[in-house]
Design a protein around this ligand. Sequence first.
Ligand code: ACO
Length: 430
Amino acid sequence: MSDESATLKYNGQDIDLPIERGTMGAPGLDIGALRSQHGVVTVDYGFANTANTESGITFIDGNEGLLTHRGYSIADLATHCTFLEVSYLLLFGELPNTEQLDKWTTNIKMHTLLNEEIKRFFDAFPRSAHPMAILSSATNAISTFYEAYHSPSDPEAVEQSAVRLIAKMPTIAAWAYKKSIGQPYVYPKNDLEYVENFLYMMFGLPVEEKKIDPVIARALNVLLILHADHGQNCSTATVRFVGSSQANLFASVAAGMNALWGPLHGGANQEVIEMLDRIAADPDATVESMLARAKDRNDPFRLMGFGHRVYKNYDPRAKLLKEFAHEVLDRADANDPVLDIARQLEEAALEDPYFVERNLYPNVDFYSGIIFRALGFPPRMFTVLFAIGRLPGWIANWKEMIEDPRTKIARPRQIYTGPPSRAFVPLDER
Ligand code: ACO
C-alpha cells in the first residue's frame, strides 16, 4: 500500500481515500472503510468500476487491446505453448521447464478416469440435456468422491483437486456429448496428449481405431489457450465469490460454469453461430437487417459476439481467431459460408456509427464458433469448450484468493428502495 491518497468531500467533511497501485493499469481508491467510518456506501452496478481484488495473473488493457498472462503476451503463449504449459503458468506463476512440464503432464494423465459409479449419473440425464448442465452438475457430483480433499486451507489437497479437475474435465465433456448422441462413452487413453485425448474421447468409438489429426489438435490447443483466463470476468468473479465462503474448489468451479453458460458471457459462442446460420438460411435475415435490429432500442436483439465490458478496441483474442479461422478452414478443407457472412457483418458493424461511437468490436466468441464447427464440434458443445479452456484461470484465481490473507467473504452492500418500516396487518384485515 502506498502513502498516496485522494480526497472525497462528503457531508462537509474531507475524507482521505488510500490509493492502491499495481504494476500496470489504473490505480484504485480504497473505499473499504467509508461505511464504517462515514456511514456511506458506494454504488457500482455490474462492478463496472470496482476492483474486487489485487491479482498477479492476467493483465488487460482494453483501450490498447492488450492481454497478458503472468506478463507473457497471449500471442506468444498461443504460438509457442501447449494448453497444459499455459495452465501451469497460470497456476504456479512461471512457465515450466522440461522436467516440471513432464511431471505436470504425467500427473494430469494419472487422473483422467472418472469413478465408474459416475456413469450412472450421466445416464440419468435426458438425451436432450444441454451439455453445460451436465458439465456443471458432474463437476459438483465428482467432488463427492474426494471429500477428504475439500479443505481450502490444505495446499496439497487444493493442488490435488486442481489436477483432478483439469484431468477429468475433458472426460466429463466428451461423455456429456456421447450421452447426447446415444453413443458409448469412450475411456481416456493415457498415451495421448491432453487435447488429443479429448478429441479421441469425443469422436472415437470403442469399435474402431481413431487417428487424431495433428492439425486439428494444434488448433484446439490454441483455442483453449485463448480462453484460459481473462481477469475478473463474470464466471471467474463467481468462482471467487463462491470460494470466499470457503466452499470447496469443485463447488466453486461448478458455480463458475453456470455463470459462463449465460448468453452474455461464454454462451455467446453458441448464439453467434446460430445467428450466422439464420442469416445464411433466411433471405429476410440479411446483414443489414441484423444490424438494424441490434441498433433498435425497442428490440432486445444484440449482435452476438460484439462488445465487451473491458475492450474498447479489438479484442486481441478475436484478432488471432479471425486469422486462424481462415487457416483452419483452408487446412480442414471445410468451406463454411458463415465465415464470409461473419466477415461482412464485422465490416458493416465497424463502419456503422452506432458501433463506432460505442466502441463495439468483435469479441473472442465472434470467430471461435466457426473454428469449433470446422473442427467437428456441434454448437451446443461450444460453451463446454470455453469452460475446459477457462478452467485453469478459474482455479488460479480461486487459489490466489484463498492464499491472500486479506480475503473476506464476498458480501456487497445495497441501497434499499423498498417500503420503510410499517405496522403488520393481520390476514383477516388485508
Ligand atoms: N449489440 C448491440 N448493441 C450493443 C451490443 C451488441 N452486441 N453490446 C453493447 N451494445 C450497446 C448497448 O446497448 C449500450 O448502448 P447504449 O449506450 O445506447 O445504451 C452500449 O452498447 C454499451 O453496452 P452495455 O451493455 O452497457 O455494455 P456492458 O459492458 O454492460 O456489456 C456485453 C458488455 C454484455 C458483452 C455486451 O456488449 C453484449 O451484450 N454483447 C453481446 C453478447 C456477447 O457477445 N457476449 C460475450 C462477451 S465476451 C465473453 O464473455 C467471453
